[in-house]
Design a protein around this ligand. Sequence first.
Ligand code: CP
Length: 315
Amino acid sequence: MNWTRKHLLDIESLSADEIRVILDTTRAFKAVGERTIKKVPALRGRTVINLFVEPSTRTRISFELAAMRLNADVINFTAETSSLTKGETLLDTGKTLEALSADIIVVRHSAEGAPHLLSRVVDCSVINAGDGAHEHPTQALLDTFTMFEKKGDVSGLNVTILGDILYSRVARSDIIAFQKMGAEVVVSCPNTLLPDEWQPGSILGQQTGFENLEIARNVDEAVEGADVVMALRIQQERQEAGHLPSLREYSDRWGINSRRMAMAHDGALLMHPGPMNRGVEIDSNVADGPHSVILPQVTFGIAVRMAVMSMVAGG
Ligand code: CP
């Protein structure tokens, strides 16, 4: 199939074939990253601006590295020292960056839909690097790519996602991507971290917006026999907002540790999008253990972002 999209705004609107095309392109760029000279001229003469209005380590740096490896000129916008602090709107900022010759704007913003809105007012390409609790499409693509690389396929895998489902843009994008690729997805977390309308213990369709998404009340049952276990970050503010009695209790009841990991399938992958709270949602002995593919996830993110940027730029 031919790729015709100018923006990458979410996973929801992508077809399974489009996801496969991105992953195929990612494979080619992964090979580039394994060479001594890791650069190709795909975006030579183009300008990429990273417009991050929320903190980020891995997403911002891997977009920057990916753009550099494609030979683009890269500018990192710093929100704290920009005219956003003087009241300039995101849309005016985006239009200003385009007037300064941006070909691709990579946006991270706390407001859901911010990249979608920006894509309607600028002519250049917009890539969503995480918008509020909505979506984080390149994270889902790199997570899916990691599963293909480490397991050979995603179709038929049992994937268990543990953690803050309610507020997690990664959970939302991952569930959509994994299901589109044919995985069986189970989520498990305290009821307070599930959307109100999701009922534990049921196979849900309409209510969650996800076909055949299983909500497991018991975390041990959710992990048993899983091919992939993904832990999501528990944010400190969840406890402060009364969603959790204590981080210690979350760790005991829902955290992934060596006892729980031993219940998963032999050769199961342990994934985490980062940043991790060691000792809360994940114990150090499994985060650094033989099942963990947390650092390969980060590395694969560069090739995924090279693929996405070259594709939206028409490469
Ligand atoms: N996974 C992720 O989005 O990490 P950063 O917030 O460090 O970019």
